[in-house]
Write a protein that binds this ligand. Structure first.
Ligand SMILES: [Mg+2]
Length: 387
């Protein structure tokens, strides 16, 4: 099988609500979708999301990197059938040969670019074989339970969103923090959700070390299960952990495998937040999860704001494979996007519950007309390729 054509779409879909955290206010999604087309005319789709404040990538740079570095390594080459091993990391290892480790001092890692191409390649190869990603990453549970997320907002909007999440009967909630009204919002959400719901916080690096330690002491009465990225990447997360009664999660601090090794060595956190596009695809995500386990570090499978059904599907497979993952985020689809791009609705239901995916490839069908409807830019390879 050979990939003979490709398209890269920069997709922006309006959000159903303005979603803010400490680093950014999002009004629409911004995904890079890669479509790889085989000789038989079948398409495989992958997605990556470039965030300058996470990996250093911009959408423009990532699209150029995909076009000039990653696709030439894949296109017009004879690709072999995927060989599956009981260890998914071994099954996915072959994807590494396509991803040169090109150093650029401004980029922490080309992880959005890599993820978009890795997922498209897997979707295409599996689609050609009419096999589900489950043949590589088998589901060990038949459903996944997702968390809700409350963005940074004023008190009134916070309460409205919390009530909506309560109506969905979600059992896990994450609250974005980093503003002066944090305590009032946390108290209000705890009151609305009731005592049994698990609540955790995410500051996206809003605090200095000393402030974070004081903040943690102040939120103890609200029974917080985890505090994510209290300080910036590169700040002394280990010192915060040492002085915290609440488990500490690394997010922006854990992007590469080297980050994982460093955090483990320094005993700097209790959790890793692994997000597939942040970590560089399924191979890297599973590789880091395998490093975490023997080190006693627990896992959250997270997501980026505005992920479409493609990254949602990839996340569903990972979450269903690891019943030991403590918290799962993602599959917000039509809850957050005005329109998603797949034929089937991937959003979770009451209780945050969604089934494992079993259909070929990543388990979803992309609607091409919606890709074109929301594409701000399309790059075709070879150029001049008709849409
Ligand atoms: Mg986070």
């Amino acid at each position: 099988m050979k990939v003979v054509k490709a398209r890269i779409y920069l997709l922006t879909i309006p959000l159903t609500l303005s979603f803010s955290h400490y680093l950014k206010n999002h009004l629409h999604s911004k995904s890079i979708i890669v479509e790889l087309i085989s000789e038989s005319g079948l398409s495989g789709y992958g997605e990556g999301i470039a965030r300058p404040y996470v990996t250093g990538e911009t959408a423009t740079k990532s699209i150029a990197y995909i076009k000039n570095k990653l696709l030439p390594a894949i296109m017009f080459k004879a690709l072999r059938v995927i060989e599956t091993d009981v260890n998914p990391i071994k099954s996915l290892f072959f994807t590494n040969q396509f991803f040169p480790d090109t150093h650029n001092p401004a980029i922490i890692a080309w992880n959005a670019a890599r993820t978009a191409v890795e997922l498209a390649l897997l979707d295409l190869l599996l689609g050609e074989q009419k096999k589900s990603l489950q043949c590589i990453i088998p589901a060990k549970i038949n459903h996944v339970t997702y968390s809700g997320v409350v963005p940074l907002a004023n008190h009134k909007t916070t309460a409205e969103i919390a009530r909506r999440l309560r109506q969905l009967n979600l059992q896990y909630i994450k609250i974005k923090v980093g503003k002066s009204n944090d305590f009032k919002r946390i108290a209000s959400i705890r009151d609305i959700m009731g005592p049994a719901v698990s609540i955790r916080l995410d500051a996206n690096g809003a605090f200095q070390v000393k402030e974070a330690i004081q903040f943690i002491k102040a939120v103890e009465p609200y029974r917080i299960d985890c505090f994510e990225q209290p300080v910036k990447r590169g700040d002394n997360l280990a010192l915060v952990k040492e002085n915290s009664s609440i488990p500490i999660m690394a997010d922006e601090s854990i992007i590469t495998c080297a980050d994982a090794q460093d955090l483990i060595t320094r005993r700097a956190c209790d959790y890793f937040n692994l997000r597939i596009t942040k970590c560089g695809g399924l191979y890297n995500t599973l590789f880091i999860a395998a490093l975490a386990k023997p080190a006693g570090i627990k896992i959250q499978l997270g997501c980026l704001i505005g992920e479409t059904a493609i990254l949602s599907a990839a996340g569903r497979h990972v979450a269903a494979h690891f019943p030991e993952i403590n918290f799962v985020e993602g599959s917000y689809s039509s809850l957050l996007l005005q329109e998603d791009i797949a034929t089937k609705n991937i959003v979770f239901g009451i209780g945050g519950i969604a089934p494992a995916l079993t259909e070929p490839g990543l388990g979803i069908q992309v609607k091409k007309d919606l890709l074109l409807k929301y594409a701000k830019r399309v790059v075709s390879i070879p150029s001049g390729l008709r849409l």
